[in-house]
Design a binder for this molecule. Structure first.
Ligand SMILES: NC(=O)c1ccc[n+]([C@@H]2O[C@H](COP(=O)([O-])OP(=O)(O)OC[C@H]3O[C@@H](n4cnc5c(N)ncnc54)[C@H](O)[C@@H]3O)[C@@H](O)[C@H]2O)c1
Length: 263
């Protein structure tokens, strides 16, 4: 327990995933009030069960791809008496979510426009809509910060051979959407600078989530530290970006990738 985030009310999209749920737990531990959101389903249920009864935790169902729902979200939260001063664009479609569990992922030449656009719609247009609503409802009313989540594959290409024979693949729309989200960061940084709002990107590296020994070995060879990250190691940096101590940072991409991007 600590007070690094005392006075912060953090709104997080896609909060039920491996990283989102870690941010929620760690932010609550540091004195934040946390407004979590996600699609309905088992992740959302598990997250709510984990924090049931915690007076600093709220949960709202939110599909970031639904424009009307995004347009209402801050009014709903504020109507319930909470004013988010940290917004975290964390929701994203992964390959498995796009194709369905156990279904093989198509090669680039067979990727449909529909799947490409669906990924961009959630990962990029969804982030834009949340940021736009923050602009309408929060920015300029009180100091605030937006954190966009990119990836080690935002500004660096994916290393395709490490996915050979793996049950999951890296797919084109993912990296494209993550490069785009940093574009949103740098665009907004200047646009909001005089209205007391900051915006930064965090780019997590490869995060361990039960991957096989073989995959860990392959990806580990691409990382200076030689290993995948634990979710808490990404959360350590996320806590700083969400804290008042990051007040003079804006328009930056922070890589938390064990040196992957520095080679
Ligand atoms: N895990 C990694 O190795 C890694 C690496 C780099 C970047 N990231 C990024 O970190 C973020 C969190 O990743 P994670 O590993 O926790 O992924 P995850 O798949 O475990 O969680 C993603 C969450 O987003 C939610 N989501 C998907 N579509 C949504 C929508 N339309 N509306 C609202 N929520 C939606 C899912 O329900 C899920 O809870 C993502 O932006 C991801 O791209 C993860």
């Amino acid at each position: 327990m600590g007070d690094q985030l005392k006075g912060r009310t953090v709104f997080i999209t896609g909060s039920g995933g491996v990283l989102g749920s870690t941010y929620v737990r760690r932010m609550l531990d540091q004195g934040a009030r946390v407004v979590a959101s996600d699609l309905p389903g088992h992740r959302a249920e598990a997250l709510q069960a984990a924090h049931e009864g915690n007076e600093n935790f709220r949960f709202y169902e939110l599909d970031v791809g639904e424009e009307a729902a995004v347009e209402e979200i801050f009014k709903r939260i504020m109507g319930d008496g909470w004013e988010p001063n940290v917004v975290l664009n964390n929701a994203a479609i992964t390959g498995e979510m796009l194709m369905g569990k156990g279904k093989s992922f198509p090669d680039f030449c067979d990727t449909t426009v529909e799947d490409f656009e669906k990924t961009l719609h959630t990962n990029l247009t969804g982030a834009f809509m949340v940021a736009r609503q923050m602009d309408r409802d929060i920015v300029g009313r009180y100091p605030s910060t937006l954190i966009n989540v990119a990836s080690m594959y935002a500004l660096n290409g994916a290393h395709h051979p490490i996915y050979d024979g793996m049950p999951f693949k890296n797919f084109s729309a993912y990296g494209v959407s993550k490069a785009g989200i940093h574009g949103l960061t740098v665009w907004l940084a200047g646009y909001w600078a005089k209205r007391n709002a900051t915006v930064n990107t965090i780019s997590p590296g490869a995060v361990f989530n039960g991957h096989s020994e073989e995959f860990q070995r392959r990806v580990g060879e691409l990382i200076m530290q030689g290993r995948m990250a634990q979710p808490d190691e990404i959360a350590d940096v996320m806590l700083f970006l969400a804290s008042a101590q990051a007040g003079h940072m804006t328009g930056q991409m922070v890589n938390v990738d064990g040196g992957f991007s520095a080679w």
